[in-house]
Ligand binder design. Structure first.
Ligand code: UGA
Length: 431
């Protein structure tokens, strides 16, 4: 099928490349000329495992083009909207300016029978509003939320665990079935819904995941007051298949371009609908999450004898999670910035996110590699659980630092092993 993808960020670029790899003829559109230039040359403009290989292969088959000119979508029958919906600057709601601009830019180029497919995460009610703009052109709208995780985006796009079609006609279902023919042929569950249900599926899924993480972080707070170990607690309750062990890792909490802004946008939308109290708990979910950052900072300060001022602190990790260079609302970067604000001599390192962090926070100290970040540290704080950090050897690491003191903000190190090697180890919600 001939298709276009509007927006070439973490969602759109991966979607475009994945669709092309499935045999579709794809054009990706973005207003960011530098991004389009990189993608057109077969280079990924951000770190995402598997994306460079996909872009190179698509480049060779000629099935994927990129352009800043939206008129290039002419000839495509399906147009995906994959632009961002960040938090508004003036409140908690979602900023829909990019979605609105994408639809506005599409309108003059749509032909009767075209299908516009929204993938961006939007407040419930948005699709109905956009359909009123699109339908007069003779084109149709569908809402088809995306559930990809950064770091696994390629796999999640090609082999999704479910497909959700919010539609108004059987024809839209038929077109989407052609788009996703490969995934459907392997038995991927497909749910056909109306617009509000499709929009809410995405919002509800992210709200649930955020709640699950904050639940275990709340248990970590209780564990801290009682001497219990939250990692053992998570293992034990996780054996109950109704609960499940995934997303029960207590630590410095969730961040990124999705969960934090999505729970806030959900609260804001529910309030508009007069149902604020239905999701009032999401404010608590947010508050618990932000408290864990404070807790990590307090542990580092305590480990340094009550003040971080002028103390060399090694911050391991800047990305909001491993296998990503994304620093949007990253707990790791927030911890580094707050420690710097307390007067600490912060030196941070991340395998992929240093350049992004430096652009946003040039005031922090950055190392070039793992040896550089550890050298002379009076305290070490692990805040993104990259493999390089999970596999650190405690004895060798002790030789690199000035003081063998570590705060494990992701609970990924073995406390016994580290203590046996002479470290003062402190996790979150662990004795
Ligand atoms: C999230 C959802 O998982 C995806 O399904 C969704 O498609 C995506 O948002 C989106 O809306 O686009 P992502 O933001 O890539 O995906 O990251 P997650 O893997 O969900 O992790 C989010 C944060 O939670 C990270 O900071 C991670 O470190 C943290 N986390 C995760 C924990 O603190 N504990 C856990 O047990 C799991």
């Amino acid at each position: 099928m001939k298709m276009s993808v509007i927006g070439c960020g973490y969602l759109g670029a991966v979607h475009a490349a994945a669709m092309a790899s499935l045999g579709h003829d794809v054009v990706g559109i973005d207003v960011d000329a530098a991004k389009i230039e990189a993608l057109a040359a077969g280079r990924a403009p951000f770190f995402e495992p598997g994306l460079p290989e996909l872009l190179t292969a698509d480049h060779e088959t000629g099935s994927l083009r990129f352009s800043t000119d939206v008129s290039e979508i002419t000839g495509s029958a399906v147009h995906f909207i994959g632009v961002g919906t960040p938090q508004r600057r003036d409140g908690n709601g979602a900023d829909l300016q990019y979605v609105d601009a994408a639809v506005e830019s599409l309108l003059p180029h749509l032909s009767p029978g075209d299908l516009v497919v929204g993938k961006s995460t939007v407040p419930v009610g948005t699709a109905e509003r956009l359909a009123a703009l699109i339908e007069p052109t003779g084109a149709e709208l569908a809402w088809n939320p995306e559930f990809l995780r950064e770091g696994f985006a390629v796999k999640d796009t090609i082999e999704p665990d479910r497909l959700v079609y919010g539609v108004r006609s059987d024809r839209a279902v038929e077109i989407l079935d052609q788009v996703y023919a490969q995934a459907l042929s392997t038995g991927t569950p497909r749910l056909v819904t109306d617009f509000p249900t499709a929009e809410l599926v995405k919002t509800a899924a992210n709200a649930f995941l955020a709640t699950k993480i904050s639940f275990i972080n709340a248990m970590a707070e209780i564990a801290e007051a009682t001497g219990a170990d939250v990692t053992q607690l998570a293992d034990a309750i996780g054996h109950d298949v109704r609960i499940g062990r995934k997303f029960l890792n207590a630590g410095v909490g969730f961040g990124g371009g999705c969960l934090p802004k999505d729970i806030r946008a959900f609260s804001a939308r529910a309030e508009e609908l007069g149902r604020g109290e239905s999701v009032a708990f999401l404010k608590e979910v947010d508050a618990i999450n932000l408290r864990r950052r404070r807790r990590v900072i307090d542990l580092v300060t305590d480990a340094l004898g009550g003040s971080a001022y002028n103390k060399r602190v090694a911050v391991l990790g800047l990305a909001f999670k491993p296998d990503s260079d994304d620093i949007r609302d990253s707990p790791a970067l927030d911890v580094a910035v707050q420690l710097h604000g307390l007067g600490a001599d912060v030196v941070a390192w991340d395998p992929e996110a240093v350049d992004n962090a430096r652009r946003l926070h040039p005031q922090l100290g950055y190392a070039d590699d793992l040896d550089g970040v550890l050298a002379g540290a009076e305290a070490v704080v692990l805040v993104t659980e990259w493999k390089q950090f999970r596999e650190l050897d405690p004895a060798k690491t002790a030789e690199a630092v000035a003081s063998a003191t570590i705060v494990d903000g992701r609970n990924v190190l073995d406390p016994q092993e580290w203590r046996a090697a002479g470290w003062t180890y402190q996790g979150l919600g662990r004795p």
